[in-house]
Structure formats: structure tokens, C-alpha cells
Design a protein around this ligand. Structure first.
Ligand code: GDP
Ligand code: MG
Length: 306
């Protein structure tokens, strides 16, 4: 590994947040040395990744802040990765309510980073796996990843996280039909946030019924009511998360699925290396007008020249 990257990695492992921020930027943007950095990681298995997902406005950021405050009291070292296009910078503001900003920025136990989403509709950051791996090397107890629940990102977060918390709110509707089928597979814990609202009870009851049906005699997925803005139910949620993590013996099976997918893409990217798009276009322009042109034979010929 190049000397400067090796030094950066040492600093990351020593808990230097500036180095960690730099490492994330290098990996996120594929800057010089990013492959060396990734190849040198020893990814601590100590750090547990907790995914907090759910629709926009459900109160995910508020919950993350409440969990942060809860675990800070227990001296836990926590990283937050916020992949949320709607409220990327609200952490400082929310934390600022109860912890002075200056304290928060110098707090050696919290690292917070907002990340861009892959598409306009949200979804995880394209480099979320790499970024999480870098963060895991920095000696955190907990890595909280906030993501907006939109289709594929929910599947990804379930593969990435050791525990996935699905946050719902009453206005999501208390009808069983409105709860997407896939969400039962993904959630390790359900949160009914904004529980002070009268219609929260219906959603809560329906989730309990679904959890009961799914469990079929085994442990039921916990459903926890919270009022994140008042810290209500937050200690209970934190305990449920820790209990779930403690009881987890095997790696989540969705991890293998996600990692297979990731390997596939890395191999694809690796194979595409050295393919010169300009030359491809030029050669295609020459070939395409010929009577005998066959796209597939052209591709084979092009690859054979490499
Ligand atoms: N009434 C009520 N409002 C809440 C609660 N939790 C969060 N909010 C508010 O809901 C809005 C969206 O919260 P936010 O955490 O940004 O949601 P996110 O988009 O899921 O991250 C904010 O105005 C919060 O103050 C709650 O338990 N009750
Ligand atoms: Mg948010």
C-alpha cells in the first residue's frame, strides 16, 4: 500500500476523525489510492451496523438523534451515515437542541457523515458498502445508517445492517394492505413513531398481528411505539436493538445475497478496465455500415483485440 494511504489507514484505525472523513471521500470518489485503502482494511467485526429505514418524514433522523443521546450516556462510540436527500444537514441542528454544537463537533465519540443518494428518488449511496467498511475500521461500537425506504434500498440496507429498524408512522395507514409485503422480510424491529397520534394504535395492532403470523411460533419481530421528539420509547428501542444483536448467532443471510451482488459488480468493473469508450465508438462507426455487420461478432472481435 502506498505510504500516504498506509499512514491514513493507521490514523483511521487510531480513531482520527479527520483521517476517517478523508478516507470516506477517497473511497466515495475513487480518488488516488482508494483501492489500496480498501485492500488494506481489516474490518473489525466489533462494530455493529444498524439500519434505520422508512418513508420520508417518518422521524428517522429524529430517532437517530435520540438513540445517539441514549448511547452517548453509555459511553458508546457511534458513527452515523445519513443517506437522506431530504434532510442531509439536520443532525447538527437536532443534536444542538440538547447538546451544544461545539460539544458535539468535538465529541470524540460521535462521527456523523451525510452521503449523497444514488438516484433522484433516493436509494443508498453507490459506495455505501465500501464506506461502511472504512468506518468499521475506525473502532466504533455502533454504525447507524439512515436510509429512505424506497424499493431496492430496503433490500440493500437489510444486507448491510446487522439489525434493520423499519420506522412507520400512522399516516402510512393502519391498513394491513398498505404495509408492503417485503417489509416483513426486512424488519428486525418495527417502530411506530409519532405514537402520540390517535391512529397510531391501529398501525401498532396490525403490525403486531403481522409479526405474530410471520413468526409462526418463533420469536416475533418486536413492534415498539416511540415519540422520537420526546425521547419516548427510545430506551426501549435501544434495548430491543441490543437484545436482537446479542441474540444473533449467524451472519444475516441477506448479507451473502448483497455481497454476491457487490462481487458481481466489482468483477464487472474490473473486466471493463482498459476498455476505451472512444476507440469502441470509432471502431463501431467503421464497422456498422458494412453489409456483413453483426453486433455480437463485433463485440467478440473488439474484446479479442484487448
Ligand atoms: N409529532 C411528532 N413529530 C415527530 C416525531 N418524530 C419526528 N417528528 C417530526 O417529524 C418531522 C420529520 O422528522 P425527521 O426525523 O426529519 O424524519 P425523516 O425524514 O424520517 O428523517 C420533523 O418535523 C420531526 O420533528 C414524533 O414522534 N411525533
Ligand atoms: Mg432524515
Amino acid at each position: 500500500m502506498p505510504g500516504n494511504i498506509k499512514q491514513l489507514h493507521e490514523q483511521i484505525k487510531a480513531g482520527n476523525f479527520l483521517a476517517l472523513a478523508r478516507g470516506i471521500t477517497i473511497v466515495e470518489n475513487e480518488l488516488n489510492g482508494y483501492e489500496s485503502l480498501l485492500l488494506g482494511l481489516h474490518e473489525s467485526r466489533h462494530a455493529k451496523v444498524i439500519g434505520i429505514t422508512g418513508p420520508p418524514g417518518a422521524g428517522k433522523s429524529t430517532l437517530v438523534n435520540a438513540l445517539l443521546r441514549h448511547w452517548l450516556k453509555e459511553n458508546k462510540k457511534i458513527a452515523v451515515l445519513a443517506v437522506d436527500p431530504s434532510s442531509p444537514f439536520n443532525y447538527g441542528a437536532l443534536l444542538g437542541d440538547r447538546i451544544r454544537m461545539s460539544d458535539f463537533y468535538t465529541n470524540p465519540n460521535i462521527f456523523i457523515r451525510s452521503l449523497a443518494t444514488r438516484g433522484a428518488l433516493g436509494g443508498l449511496n453507490a459506495k455505501i458498502i465500501e464506506i461502511t467498511d472504512v468506518v468499521k475500521d475506525a473502532g466504533f461500537d455502533i454504525v447507524l445508517v439512515e436510509t429512505v425506504g424506497v424499493g431496492q434500498s430496503e433490500v440493500e440496507i437489510a444486507g448491510l445492517a446487522d439489525c434493520t429498524v423499519v420506522t412507520l408512522v400512522p399516516e402510512a395507514g393502519d391498513e394491513v394492505q398498505t404495509i408492503k409485503a417485503g417489509i416483513m422480510e426486512i424488519a428486525n424491529i418495527f417502530v411506530v413513531n409519532k405514537a402520540e397520534r390517535p391512529d397510531a394504535e391501529g398501525l401498532y395492532r396490525n403490525l403486531r398481528i403481522l409479526a405474530h403470523e410471520k413468526a409462526n411460533g418463533a420469536d416475533e419481530t418486536p413492534v415498539i411505539k416511540t415519540i422520537a421528539t420526546q425521547d419516548d420509547g427510545v430506551a426501549e428501542l435501544a434495548n430491543a436493538i441490543i437484545k436482537f444483536l446479542d441474540g444473533q448467532k449467524d451472519m444475516p443471510e441477506k448479507r451473502l445475497h448483497l455481497m454476491t451482488d457487490k462481487c458481481w459488480h466489482l468483477i464487472q468493473a474490473h473486466k471493463m478496465k482498459g476498455i476505451d469508450a472512444k476507440r469502441l465508438r470509432k471502431e463501431l462507426a467503421n464497422a456498422i455500415n458494412k453489409e456483413s455487420f453483426n453486433l455480437y461478432a463485433f463485440v467478440q472481435g473488439f474484446l479479442n483485440q484487448q
